[in-house]
Design a protein around this ligand. Structure first.
Ligand code: NDP
Length: 492
């Protein structure tokens, strides 16, 4: 079994008390690597290393252009190593190799983009309303950023934090999910190879419930960038509030894919299927609710079920597999429980509905692509994030009703709209309470476009120009240019 070490202060180390845990392959259900199980003292040394690196001239005195060049070097290495890292991700989290390769090959763009932005962060000169003073602003890094990431797109979601945070001049302590730490540690080696000074990027592996609170509440940490479930996000937010730490939270969703009667049916079918069954539904942006206009409801459901039925389920490391396993054992149990809940609530099962036993699935943790029809908008299956290949189809009669149902959850991460009417498309883009609205497409993301949630789906934005602001703080500098400091006892 492969044995990994953590990256702290430029050194590859075991946990101080030598504890480890096994990481399992979701397709075979067997352990394949041993990961250090960090404790509070390991977090302490990672934070200390990041704080030291933040102040060391090797990082703090580096010009922004040189910082950009370093990030570009990392992006080059990532490009060369993309397919190797994709293999590790697939082994560790069970996502399809085709998807992971696509993600990894695209990922360097985030680093090139933010590397380019590093030396374009500028302050302002403010034409202040007082005579004899000059006022300007500086944009400064925050310090040590704790990045906490989930298992579903481990390196991509870390990249959304690391690229802007490093471009802005911060240092990092990254805690990947316990279910996807191997690829994080392989990724960490590339920062070393690119020539980042020791301690600029540190990786501590372990269990969120053991070290998460310690990391978030740590006095040496200046900012939290978190992606994960909304309950964990809530706890992170509460703990960060105790020491008034800024946070970025990318949380869950219950996104609606809305199919109007004037949609191109085939396109909408493909969009809804990709929204929910890609990555076996284990994406925050999963279009887990399909809202379908009553007039096309039966035809759409038939076409959707027929198309979803063709999905090839099985070994995620095969190029032709279309639906892979569920990443973790607890997640498998959670999805099967939601299927029971939906049945008990009276939703009508149109496809799937159980653990997949196809021979292609072996001993893996698979759930059949599952579709429920006639779902009521207030049922739990229409309100709660399942994070699996389970679609809830809800009929609607009017545009107003579609908006009301789409907006009627605690979440606001994304929405899809399928229509040929430009007026309807623009009206929906305005009225939907979601951080991303896709019209006649679904799941598109780019390093250039902001991503984040409305409502309980999160705070702050990742990607795009504004993302770097999440890792900067603005300072106002006043200079007296009058040449004489006034007598403070004389009121002016
Ligand atoms: P979790 O919230 O369980 O975990 C996320 C990360 O937080 C993991 O690294 C976890 O560590 C850590 N963690 C756990 N407990 C604590 C704690 N008390 N304090 C600090 N950190 C802690 O989410 P999952 O890993 O299950 O990921 C799935 C969730 O992520 C889904 O709800 C999904 O919607 C959301 N997500 C959101 C995205 C977005 O951009 N909006 C994108 C992708 C996913 P450990 O693994 O060791 O428990």
């Amino acid at each position: 079994m492969k044995k990994y070490q953590m990256l702290i202060g430029g050194q590859w180390v075991d946990a101080l008390d030598d504890r480890t845990f096994d990481t399992e392959n979701p397709f075979t259900g067997t352990a394949w690597a041993q990961i250090p199980r960090a404790g509070a003292r390991d977090v302490d040394r990672a934070v200390a290393a990041a704080a030291q690196a933040f102040n060391a001239p090797s990082w703090s005195a580096l010009s922004a252009s040189a910082r950009g060049a370093l990030i570009r070097r990392f992006a080059d290495l990532l490009t060369t190593n993309a397919d190797r890292l994709a293999d590790i991700e697939t082994r560790d989290n069970g996502k399809l190799i085709a998807e992971m390769r696509g993600q990894l090959r695209y990922m360097p763009q985030w680093y090139y983009y933010f590397a380019g932005l590093a030396d374009k962060v500028e302050g302002r000169v403010i034409p202040i309303d007082k005579p004899g003073v000059f006022n300007f602003t500086r944009e400064e890094p925050l310090g040590v950023v704790a990045a906490i990431t989930p298992w579903n797109s481990p390196l991509m979601l870390a990249t959304w934090k690391l690229a802007p945070a490093l471009a802005a001049g911060n240092t990092i302590v990254w805690k990947p999910s316990e279910f996807s730490s191997a690829s994080a540690l392989e990724f960490g080696a590339l920062f070393e190879e690119a020539g980042f000074p020791p301690g600029v990027v540190n990786i501590v592996t372990g269990f969120g419930n053991e070290i998460g609170e310690h990391l978030v509440s740590h006095p040496g940490v200046d900012k939290i960038a978190f992606t994960g479930g909304d309950r964990t996000g809530q706890s992170v937010y509460q703990i960060a509030a105790r020491s008034i730490k800024p946070v970025t939270l990318e949380l869950g969703g219950k996104s609606a894919n809305i199919v109007f009667e004037d949609a191109v049916l085939d396109d909408a079918v493909k969009g809804v299927v990709s929204g929910i069954f890609a990555a076996s539904g284990q994406t925050c942006i999963a279009g887990s609710r399909a809202l379908v206009h009553r007039s096309i409801y039966p035809a759409f459901v038939d076409a959707l079920v027929a198309f979803a039925r063709t999905a090839r389920i099985g070994d995620p490391s095969r190029d032709d597999t279309q639906v892979g396993p569920i990443t973790t054992r607890p997640q498998l149990a959670k999805i099967l429980e939601y299927i029971e809940i939906a049945n008990a609530e009276g939703a009508k099962l149109a496809l799937g509905g159980k653990r997949a036993t196809d021979p292609a699935c072996g001993e893996g943790w698979f759930v059949e692509p599952t579709i429920f029809t006639d779902v009521g908008p207030k049922m739990r299956i229409a309100q709660e994030e399942v994070f699996g290949p389970v679609l809830a189809i809800i009929p609607f009669e009017s545009d107003e009703e579609a908006i009301e149902i789409a907006n009627g959850t605690i979440y606001g991460l994304a929405a899809g709209v399928w229509t040929q009417s430009i007026t309807r498309a623009l009206t929906m883009s305005q009225k939907l309470k979601a951080g991303t609205v896709w019209i006649n497409t679904y799941r598109a993301v780019s390093y250039m476009s902001p991503f984040g949630g409305f409502k309980r789906s999160g705070i702050g934005r990742e990607s795009g120009l504004s993302a770097i602001r999440e890792y900067l703080q603005e300072k106002s500098v006043w200079i007296d240019i009058s040449g004489s400091v006034p007598n403070p006892f004389v009121q002016r």
